[in-house]
Ligand binder design. Structure first.
Ligand SMILES: Cc1cc2nc3c(=O)[nH]c(=O)nc-3n(C[C@H](O)[C@H](O)[C@H](O)COP(=O)(O)OP(=O)(O)OC[C@H]3O[C@@H](n4cnc5c(N)ncnc54)[C@H](O)[C@@H]3O)c2cc1C
Length: 421
């Protein structure tokens, strides 16, 4: 069996790695000249910047990849520092332990007591949005000032645009949380279970896909987009920019709109459903500040009058020489990806100063017209997506976004193919 993998982001590269580990022949086609997809790192003025994800949880599958690739010496564990939400005029620390939940000034005392009713409120109801679910279960303050900005902020979507079914319910399922969130978290705390550490590499997260591509070099074909896919007698004929290639099975890891183009003839109904899935346009502005702030960063509560969605404090989190990464755009201001660099740099640095009290200068502007999956109402089109026979879809519409989720799904798909072959 020969497997063709479309896309050399972390999902495609990890799928290839696991297939090779199981002795299955496979080949990756990546449109870009460099591997990694949205994971990308570079140095500007000697400082390491990440242009997509800034860190990953070192789950067992990510740690396994790091070990396989001999990247242990380059790994940098993140500092254990607080996270903030900007709300009502200042940064407020997000509670991460039961004690902090009691003492936090992010929510009022009546709101803290209201949380205790959560175990009595029942699971998500049909058609409920994330905002409606969180408000019904935890109360409106916790929904609006705590969970809402943290969860919606991950994707750049407002929680009232996100149906539970295609967003938080899936995340709770994959975290093994059934029933009460509060009781599940309490059980984990009592059993002393800690989340895997947060980490990156000395040269940024881009090191992971780069090392994967290097390890499998001849079979990772960079700068060679797949242009069409046709079914033939025993498998598929792929037309790439350079070649015509036959494979027996396909794993497709590309974003929904690209996959839709490839499936236009092969699976027209699935192609038209894929075209409906929204991704939020995002802009990352890297700033440099002599700020000495201690924390992982902040999310801006969505009723606040700022265009910045949030920021990662790379300087404190990953010891990155004065670097701060601001996120703009999202579902609130999607047109910002069209703004000039100058305008984006001014907004990001002015708002950073207004929020933290520290002046900053811009190092770079990076646009992601197709950033995070929005998991908004458009994702109800998922119900009409059906992978054609012989094709595995392995992407953020078949499982969760995020490096740990992508690597976990890559392993599951590779194991399934190896067992079947
Ligand atoms: C701004 C941002 C911040 C994030 N922050 C975090 C974080 O802090 N931690 C975390 O764990 N996750 C984070 N994520 C999510 C995580 O980065 C993604 O879920 C993951 O990297 C997606 O990988 P992928 O391989 O599935 O997709 P992609 O990275 O999109 O890869 C798809 C690949 O397909 C290629 N391609 C496109 N067309 C073709 C074609 N025709 N032929 C061949 N190849 C093609 C593309 O060039 C690309 O390389 C973030 C994402 C974004 C956008």
């Amino acid at each position: 069996m020969r497997v063709g993998i479309v896309g050399g982001g972390i999902t495609g590269l990890a799928t290839h790695h696991y297939l090779r580990e199981r002795g299955v022949e496979s080949v990756v086609f990546e449109a870009d000249d460099r591997p990694g997809g949205v994971i990308r790192s570079d140095r500007i003025e000697g400082r390491v910047l990440d242009f997509g994800p800034q860190r990953t949880r070192l789950t067992p599958s990510v740690a396994g990849l790091v070990e396989d690739l001999g990247l242990g010496d380059e790994l940098r564990e993140a500092a254990d520092v607080p996270l903030y939400v900007y709300h009502h005029g200042r940064l407020r620390r997000v509670p991460q332990t039961p004690r902090e939940a009691v003492t936090t000034d992010l929510i009022s005392w009546p709101a803290k007591l209201r949380v205790l009713l959560e175990p009595l409120t029942g699971p998500a109801r049909e058609g409920e949005t994330v905002e409606e679910f969180l408000t019904r279960t935890f109360g409106s303050e916790v929904a609006r000032y705590y969970f809402g900005p943290l969860y919606g902020g991950l994707y750049g979507s407002h929680p009232d645009e996100m149906p539970m079914e295609h967003s938080l319910s899936r995340a709770l399922d994959s975290a093994g949380i059934e029933g009460s969130v509060l009781l599940s978290v309490a059980k984990k705390v009592l059993r002393g279970r800690e989340a895997p550490p947060v980490a990156s590499f000395g040269d940024g997260l881009g090191r992971l896909p780069e090392a994967l591509a290097e390890a499998h070099a001849p079979r990772v074909r960079l700068g060679e987009p797949v242009q069409s896919v046709e079914r033939d007698a025993a498998g598929f004929a792929l037309e790439t920019s350079d070649d015509e290639v036959r494979v027996d099975r396909l794993v497709v890891t590309t974003p929904a709109d690209v996959t839709a183009d490839l499936f236009a003839d092969l699976a027209p109904d699935t192609a038209s459903a894929l075209r409906e899935l929204n991704y939020n346009p995002q802009v990352l502005v890297h700033l440099c500040a002599d700020a000495d702030l201690t924390g992982a960063g902040y999310q801006v509560q969505y009723d606040e009058d700022f265009r910045t969605l949030g920021a990662t404090w790379n300087a404190s989190l990953l010891d990155r020489d004065g670097v701060y990464t601001c996120y703009l755009g999202g579902s609130r201001n999607p047109a910002m990806v069209e703004w000039s660099d100058d305008r984006l740099e001014s907004v990001a640095s002015e708002e950073f100063e207004a929020i933290t009290g520290h002046p900053a200068r811009a190092l770079s502007v990076h646009r992601l017209p197709r950033g995070m999956p929005a998991y908004d109402r458009s994702w109800t089109a998922l119900d009409r997506i059906d992978a054609p026979e012989g094709v595995d879809l392995c992407t953020n519409y078949t499982a969760r976004a995020g490096i740990p989720g992508r690597v976990r799904e890559a392993k599951a798909v590779a194991d399934r193919l190896a067992d079947a072959g």
